[in-house]
Design a protein around this ligand. Structure first.
Ligand SMILES: [Zn+2]
Length: 211
């Protein structure tokens, strides 16, 4: 197994909480294809579609590749947290659509970024809506544009926690937020609509979510 995976296992990272979190790395070996790594076929296909359609994404891929730092794009099942008894248990809030966590050492250096996408939840919502496959695929692309290009890439390029690209905060304009602006760059190139708020209302599945 490639060396970078062990650094992720060993790292204590916070995923919306103060708990130490790890990611199951079996089968997550570094491919030749680039720094955004996943073993989920839908996520892999979505990453490939975005790369085909977006020049900005391809430029980011090249820049991140040069750093040697990966983004691990995983599903909630792959994220575990060790409780005080040393037992691994699920760490991801399954009401969330996605989350990003930089894997940083005590000095704030970021060696990798963990991107968690709740593919099952997104897919189930689309099945309830009887969506066309293209609508499900487009929502996955919107989520990855936000989480990977909006949040993960700046951390990976900076190599430390100064790469934080913020979400909108209450009372501020979403359009001014770093992560929304970056997401919209990719959306524009893929013709996925423009996000103008800090909620999930611009996803097709928003019709079923109570956000
Ligand atoms: Zn965000």
């Amino acid at each position: 197994m490639a060396r970078w995976t062990s650094c992720v296992v060993a790292a204590a990272i916070g995923l919306g909480a103060v708990m130490p979190v790890g990611v199951r790395t079996e089968g997550l070996e570094k491919p030749e294809s680039g720094p955004f790594i996943t073993r989920h076929p839908e996520l892999r296909a979505a990453l490939e579609r975005i790369a085909r359609g977006s020049a900005s994404w391809r430029a980011a891929l090249a820049a991140v590749t040069a750093t040697g730092r990966p983004a691990l794009v995983v599903t909630p099942d792959e994220v575990v947290v060790a409780d005080p008894a040393g037992e691994a248990r699920a760490a991801f809030d399954r009401s969330e659509v996605a989350a990003v966590s930089p894997v940083a050492d005590g000095a704030g250096r970021v060696g990798a970024v963990l991107v968690v996408v709740n593919v099952d939840q997104i897919q189930a919502a689309h099945e309830r809506l009887s969506s066309l496959p293209g609508e499900f695929h487009a929502d996955l692309e919107r989520v990855l544009a936000h989480e990977v290009y909006g949040h993960a890439v700046p951390y990976l390029l900076a190599g430390d926690l100064s790469g934080r690209c913020a979400d909108p905060t209450p009372g501020t304009s979403a359009a001014d937020a770093c992560a929304i602006q970056r997401e919209n760059v990719i959306r524009a190139e893929l013709r996925l609509g423009r996000r103008t708020d800090g909620t999930l209302s611009s996803l097709s599945l928003a019709r079923l979510l109570r956000h």
